[in-house]
Ligand binder design. Structure first.
Ligand SMILES: *[C@@H]1O[C@H](CO)[C@@H](O)[C@H](O)[C@H]1NC(C)=O
Ligand SMILES: *[C@@H]1O[C@H](CO)[C@@H](O)[C@H](O)[C@H]1NC(C)=O
Ligand SMILES: *[C@@H]1O[C@H](CO)[C@@H](O)[C@H](O)[C@H]1NC(C)=O
Length: 226
C-alpha cells in the first residue's frame, strides 16, 4: 500500500470525529500535488490547530495534507527526513496556526540532499504490519546521520514498520515517543542510533563508545588470548 493511504485514513477519522461538533474551521484537503484547496472543516474538540503537512519523496510525488491537528502534534513539525530504501527518501514538514482557515500558507521543504554521507542503515517500510521484510541497505544522504528501527501505529490505527536513515529531528522526536513520517504522526518503539562514518574504511559503526567500552575491553581481551 502506498504511504499516502495513511493520509486518507487520517482524513476519514477526522471526518468521523467532526460529526461530533467543534469550533475552529480549517481548510481540509489532501492531494498528491504541490497544493490543494478544499472545503472548510469544523474541527472536533481537541483538534484546535489548523495545519498543513507537506511531504516530498525522491521516488514519488510531492503530497500535501491540510487538516485540524492536536496542539501536541504541532511540536513534531520537522523537517523530518527518512530514507527507507525502496520506498525512497521522504521529507515532511508541518505548519500549524491558530486562526480560522489559516492553513493556506506552508513553509517550503529544503530540497532532499542525494549526496552519500558515508553512513549505511538497514532500511524498509511496511504498512499494516509491525515488521517489514524486503530490507535493503540504504545509502544515507545529507544530514541523515542516524539509523532508525521502529514499529508502531499511525495516529489512525494501521501498524507501521519503519527502518532507515533519518536526520536528527527524527531521532529527537522518536525519544519523545512519536515521529512525523510522510505527513503522518506515528507512535512507536524501537531504536534510533547516531552513526559515524569511519574515514578510510568501508564499514561504519554506531557511535556508542561510552556504552560499549566494557564490551570492547572484553573483545580485546578475547582477541589477545591464544
Ligand atoms: C514515494 O513514492 C513512491 C511512488 O509513488 C511510493 O511507492 C513510495 O511508497 C513513497 N515513499 C514513501 C516513504 O512515502
Ligand atoms: C505481516 O507479517 C507477517 C509475518 O512476517 C507476514 O506473514 C504477513 O504476510 C505480513 N502482512 C502484510 C500485509 O505484509
Ligand atoms: C548504495 O550504494 C552502492 C554503491 O554505490 C550501490 O551498489 C547500492 O545499490 C546502493 N544501495 C541502494 C539501496 O541504493
Amino acid at each position: 500500500m502506498h504511504v499516502f493511504a495513511l493520509c486518507w485514513f487520517h482524513a476519514g477519522m477526522l471526518l468521523f470525529l467532526t460529526r461530533k461538533g467543534g469550533c475552529l474551521p480549517c481548510v481540509s484537503c489532501s492531494a498528491a500535488e504541490d497544493s490543494c484547496s478544499g472545503s472548510k472543516l469544523i474541527c472536533p474538540g481537541g483538534l484546535i490547530k489548523c495545519g498543513t503537512a507537506q511531504t516530498v519523496n525522491t521516488t514519488g510525488p510531492r503530497t500535501i495534507h491540510k487538516f485540524c491537528f492536536l496542539p501536541s502534534d504541532c511540536i513534531y513539525k520537522g523537517p523530518s527526513t527518512f530514507n527507507v530504501g525502496k520506498s525512497g527518501i521522504v521529507s515532511s514538514r508541518l505548519f500549524c496556526c491558530n486562526e480560522d482557515e489559516c492553513n493556506h500558507y506552508f513553509p517550503d521543504i529544503p530540497p532532499i540532499s542525494t549526496t552519500f554521507n558515508g553512513i549505511t542503515c538497514p532500511a524498509c517500510f511496511g504498512l499494516e504490519n509491525y515488521t517489514c521484510n524486503e530490507e535493503v541497505i540504504a545509502n544515507c544522504t545529507g544530514d541523515q546521520d542516524y539509523c532508525l528501527d521502529m514499529s508502531g501505529t499511525a495516529r489512525t490505527g494501521p501498524p507501521v514498520a519503519i527502518k532507515g536513515c533519518v536526520n536528527k529531528v527524527v531521532c529527537d522526536d522518536f525519544k519523545k515517543g512519536m515521529v512525523f513520517f510522510a505527513g503522518v504522526h506515528v507512535h512507536g518503539v524501537g531504536t534510533c542510533l547516531p552513526m559515524k562514518a569511519i574515514s578510510g574504511k568501508a564499514g561504519y559503526t554506531p557511535e556508542l563508545f561510552a556504552l560499549s567500552l566494557p564490551v570492547l575491553a572484553c573483545l580485546l581481551h578475547v582477541k589477545i588470548l591464544p
